[in-house]
Design a protein around this ligand. Structure first.
Ligand code: MN
Length: 205
């Protein structure tokens, strides 16, 4: 069997994103919710491996849906932690350089992008994510409104992701998702966003 998924350590302390995300909220989100996707992904693979070994049939449709949910959840959270940083120490502010040009070229201005991304995040129906994806073929950036962890994604690299599942903010904001999204902009880290965009371009070569 191939390697198991493991929970990655956060690139900052649990209290480092406060007050945008409190220590308690971030701890529960990382140690309980993200861990559950890691465990879920490993459990589905164990089930698949066992069926292959035993030569038994899988309920393919249900198994693949479950696999996509857990692997997607694990990967999305890993990306999410990376594209945040403590306010004033990498977090907050505006994108610079080539990334700023891509965003203003696509959306007209950074403010317009921020408004559209915010609206996408706030209006996700139920549990999901807002994401900015980059199509290196065109090349251009596009927003997606993801349901659960994987529904409505584009087949391009996601360069910025924001978790708007209720479990991401309920301890700090109760039902006020809009306030959480507003404060997310204080801890967004643009450096990995640009690195991911560069990586997407390199994969074209
Ligand atoms: Mn989450």
């Amino acid at each position: 069997m191939a390697g198991k998924y493991t929970l990655p350590a956060l690139p900052y302390g649990y209290g480092a994103l406060a007050p945008a995300i409190s220590e308690q909220q971030l701890t529960v989100h990382h140690q309980k919710h993200h861990q559950a996707y890691v465990n879920g992904a490993n459990a589905v693979f164990e089930k698949i491996e066992k069926a292959r070994k035993d030569g038994t049939d899988l309920d393919m449709k249900a198994t693949l849906k479950e696999l996509s949910f857990h692997v997607g959840g694990h990967r999305m959270h890993s990306k999410f932690w990376e594209n945040m940083a403590p306010a004033g120490k990498g977090g907050g502010g505006m994108p610079k350089g080539a990334l700023a040009d891509v965003i203003s070229g696509e959306f007209g201005s950074f403010e317009r992008f921020k408004k559209e991304f915010t609206q996408a995040a706030v209006s996700v129906e139920g549990s999901g994510w807002a994401a900015l994806s980059f199509d290196p073929h065109e090349p251009r950036a596009m927003i997606s409104q993801i349901e659960k962890h994987t529904v409505n994604t584009y087949p391009f690299k996601m360069i910025l992701v924001l978790d708007v599942w209720e479990h991401a903010y309920y301890l700090d904001y109760k039902n006020d998702r809009a306030k959480f999204v507003e404060n997310f902009w204080n801890v967004v880290n643009w450096d990995p966003v640009e690195k991911r965009r560069q990586k997407a371009l390199q994969m074209m070569k």
